[in-house]
Design a binder for this molecule. Structure first.
Ligand SMILES: [Zn+2]
Length: 288
């Protein structure tokens, strides 16, 4: 545990650490390094989105913090989010272990940044969706009713076979488990897409294959109001980077298909975040 009085001495990403790995174990140093690189990248992006990041070490009610933990100390610990606390098992920072879990769970993609983006999505659901009845109603019409029992839905999810029928409406199979998971999975993808397009913007990338698959990344996506424009950029980009990745014998960088139903969900997130950072209305979450 990091003492509360030390929190002010750290940068905006480090001040969110509540528990760091036991560095007495040499192997944990490398794992922590990987975790911090991913976490700093996450925090940079959340700051670009204009989202407030109060530390839970200071603001117990609305704050956010990270527990990087090992199951050695407690077998029941799991990667997840609860009331502003994001718990990440440090074993996820071991690429061999992470790949084993990815295969066991038949996932096309499993990364540290992916975990962090998903879990922080649960935190922001509580901050920007649940706090505004109008937004919550719209969220329910898009992502379903979160009041349906989470525990029962998860039990049901792990029992049912994968018929692939979900692919038209959900970004991943896990997103079908419950409204909260659909939100967190879609939120994570929103962050993936924005980061991919922003990185391409820094390199001024241009893709020209044919009339359909072409783009020139000339604007920072965080300054673009239309999410359609961002999708029109990200699709040819992911096609190109996936092809390069396959050429090197690796898995696809972005192994997902954006259907119209999924794009509508992403648009809801983009519109909401755009409004939050550009509106003059005093929003309680931006007032921290
Ligand atoms: Zn989740």
């Amino acid at each position: 545990m990091i003492p509360i009085e030390s929190a002010d001495k750290f940068c905006s990403a480090c001040k969110l650490n509540r528990t760091i790995p036991n560095l007495g174990n040499a192997k944990n140093n490398e794992k922590w390094q990987h975790l911090e690189v991913a976490k700093h990248s996450l925090i940079y992006q959340l700051q670009k989105l204009g989202l407030p990041l109060p530390s839970k070490l200071k603001n117990k009610k609305e704050g956010l913090c990270f527990d990087f933990v090992s199951r050695i100390t407690n077998k029941k610990l799991m990667t997840g989010h609860a009331n502003g606390v994001i718990t990440i098992l440090i074993s996820e920072a071991n690429s061999v272990e992470r790949e084993r879990r990815r295969k066991d769970l038949s996932e096309p993609y499993r990364t540290l940044i992916g975990h962090l983006r998903h879990e922080v999505g649960h935190y922001f659901w509580e901050r920007i969706i649940y706090t505004d009845q109008k937004v919550l109603d719209e969220n329910r019409s898009i992502f379903g009713d979160e009041r349906i029992s989470y525990a029962d839905s998860l039990t049901e999810y792990y029992k049912k076979p994968d018929t692939k029928e979900w692919q038209a409406n959900f970004i991943s199979r896990y997103a079908t488990a419950h409204s909260w998971e659909d939100w967190a999975e879609t939120w994570a993808h929103y962050l993936h897409i924005m980061d991919m397009v922003e990185t391409a913007f820094f390199f001024k990338l241009k893709v020209v294959l044919d009339k359909e698959i072409k783009t020139k990344v000339s604007v920072d996506p965080y300054t673009v109001k239309s999410f359609d424009k961002i999708v029109q950029t990200s699709v040819p980009l992911s096609f190109a980077v996936n092809s390069i990745s396959r050429a090197m014998g690796h898995l696809e960088v972005y192994p997902f298909v954006l259907t119209p139903a999924i794009i509508d969900k992403l648009k809801f997130i983009h519109k909401l975040l755009w409004k939050l950072r550009t509106s003059n209305e005093i929003n309680p979450i931006l007032n921290n």
